[in-house]
Write a protein of this length. Structure first.
Length: 128
């Protein structure tokens, strides 16, 4: 049985038990830091992928406009939401070209399935 003494330590817990609890707490802190660093890396990789994609489309003659970006999803996923996306062009492929607009697109990678990228358009879409 244990109880708290005046100094705030637990009476009845040996030094071995206290060391074990300290190591356990340190492990949780390190796991949280590692997860945070992985999340930062994953969200920046998603954002860099979007930048490469828009640069490739622009190099091919397409017009790409994007609004603001928001990152989220920590601790279980890396999520990047891009607002107000407009893509237009493709006159060389389709007479009159193609135009697409949506309120936002969410890119998500779950840490439980890191090889699966989920791309979800949200809001009202317009295709011409």
């Amino acid at each position: 049985m244990w109880m708290i003494c005046r100094r705030g330590s637990f009476v009845g817990w040996g030094a071995g038990m206290r060391k074990w609890l300290i190591w356990l707490l340190a492990g949780f802190v390190l796991a949280g830091l590692a997860d945070g660093l992985i999340w930062l890396w994953a969200t920046s990789a998603l954002a860099a992928g979007v930048d490469r994609w828009t640069a490739q489309l622009r190099a091919q003659g397409w017009t790409v406009e994007t609004g603001t970006r928001a990152e989220g999803g920590w601790p279980l996923a890396a999520i990047v939401t891009i607002n107000d996306i407009r893509v237009a062009g493709g006159e060389h492929m389709l007479p009159g070209g193609l135009a697409w607009h949506t309120g936002s697109v969410t890119l998500a990678v779950s840490f439980t399935a890191p090889l699966v990228l989920s791309v979800t358009p949200e809001g009202q879409e317009w295709l011409r």
